[in-house]
Design a protein around this ligand. Structure first.
Ligand code: PLP
Length: 417
């Protein structure tokens, strides 16, 4: 048999908008022994995980649990479970992930209407509200933090309008959850879908979601009732909707698996659940406020450093997404050559971008475990060195000094980053 080398991945500094570095305590949790999925030890871990998810999503929703799969599994599970063919869905787009919501909604058979604003900004909430009045959708789906453009959409006013008009508002908070406030209940969001590998800093492979009773009513109206096992209480509900077009992503079944009834659906991803439980525990131990502040301060230091070396930011700074910093690639510089040198000479990974922004901007993530003073200073120092190597003229030394200025004020206040 061919001999394969022992797995030995390099130790990187990961400054992309996901996946990011993971706390060794989370990695250790993933190596713990397997428990059976109905073992009381495991089911109590599932219950605790639901409590942790509620706290991070700032909600009292009973249904707050992870879907197994990458973040888009959460998006797809919610959309396929609530959209009936022909339902009108409004998607306001301000970057790549808005297009993903359109694609998924279309595959669910929705009648999708979208509005789009130029990449690099967000919507004035009034613009979305006008579109809601004009198109009268049953569902509005939108992105909270656009990783592709580094922008964050304010949601509270849109949430209030949707509630008043009895429209379901579902939100992709994959990039924001655990890094900036996501106030599910206060903003009146009906369903919120998160991800693990960004600010929560757990490996990719689960999608924590939460949804309220307005969503649950829709699920139950579409619940598939097994012949012979009919629950009389469900028959009427089961008959007025159309069957959910997915087995794996059928939230009406998945919630029965997470409920006290523990009706078998899939086999829970044991080691990922350990990881999520530990990652959320670490997150809440740090505290939501402290964590949001850490994300903000490191991003501020990064931004000051980037400007200090004479580079400019892409996008509207007023609506900047804290945990993703987009930088215009200077004229005459090969963006991919810079990324490659950063990776190979310094072991640092930063991201490029998609679609119309490909080759035009770099994106630097400051998320979760990767979001710290050491990583920000290393990245700035390395980026400066690489840019000089690539022939870009800049005020040498200014970047790290500008970031250190931010940290020295912060550290004096007793805040560690
Ligand atoms: C990363 C990301 C996704 C997709 O996540 P996967 O884990 O790759 O499926 C969706 N939406 C947003 C806003 C993201 O940042």
């Amino acid at each position: 048999m061919k001999k394969y080398k022992e797995l030995n991945p390099s130790l990187r500094t990961i400054m992309t908008p996901g996946p990011v570095e993971v706390d060794p305590r989370v990695l250790r949790a993933m190596s713990f022994p397997i428990l059976g999925q109905f073992d009381p030890e495991f089911t109590s871990l599932m219950n605790e995980t639901m409590e942790l998810v509620r706290d991070v999503f700032q909600t009292n929703n009973q249904w707050s649990y992870p879907v197994d799969g990458t973040s888009r599994s959460g998006l797809e599970a919610v959309l396929v479970s609530i959209i009936q063919p022909g339902d009108k869905v409004l998607v306001p787009i301000y970057g790549r992930f808005g297009h993903l919501l359109v694609e998924i909604a279309e595959r669910c058979g929705a009648d999708v209407v979208h509005i789009e604003t130029e990449w690099g900004g967000v919507f004035d909430p009034e613009t979305v509200i006008e579109a809601i009045h004009e198109h009268k959708p049953g569902i509005v789906a939108m992105v909270h933090g656009e990783t592709s453009t580094g922008q964050m959409q304010p949601l509270a006013e849109i949430g209030r309008t949707c509630r008043e008009l009895d429209i379901l508002l579902v939100v992709d908070a994959v990039a924001t959850i655990g890094g900036v406030p996501v106030e599910t209940d206060n903003w009146m969001l009906d369903a919120v879908m998160g991800g693990t590998q960004k600010c929560i800093s757990v490996p990719s492979g689960m999608a924590p979601i939460t949804y309220n009773d307005r969503i649950e009513r829709k699920l139950l109206s579409r619940k598939r009732v097994e012949r012979g096992l009919r629950d009389p209480a469900n028959v009427e509900l089961a008959n007025d909707g159309q069957m959910i077009r997915s087995n794996y992503f059928d939230l009406s079944q998945i919630q029965d698996y997470w409920s006290a009834a523990r009706l078998n659906h899939h086999t829970e991803a044991t080691s990922m659940l350990y990881a999520l439980h530990e990652g959320l525990r670490i997150l809440l131990e740090e505290g939501l406020e402290a964590r949001f502040l850490r994300h903000e301060l490191n991003a501020r230091a990064l931004v000051q450093g980037v400007k200090g070396m004479g580079l400019t930011l892409f996008g509207n700074e007023e609506s900047k997404l804290t945990c993703v910093t987009c930088i215009n690639i200077p004229e005459g510089i090969d963006g991919e050559a810079v990324r490659s040198r950063l990776l190979h000479d310094f072991g640092i990974e930063i991201a490029s971008s998609f679609g119309p922004l490909k080759g035009k901007i770099w994106r630097i993530g400051t998320m979760g475990f990767s979001c710290n003073q050491k990583n920000v200073l290393h990245t700035l120092g390395a980026l400066e060195a690489v840019l000089i190597r690539e022939g870009y003229r800049l005020p040498a030394g200014e970047a790290v000094q500008a970031a250190l200025d931010v940290y020295s004020v912060v550290n004096k206040e007793g805040i560690s980053c």
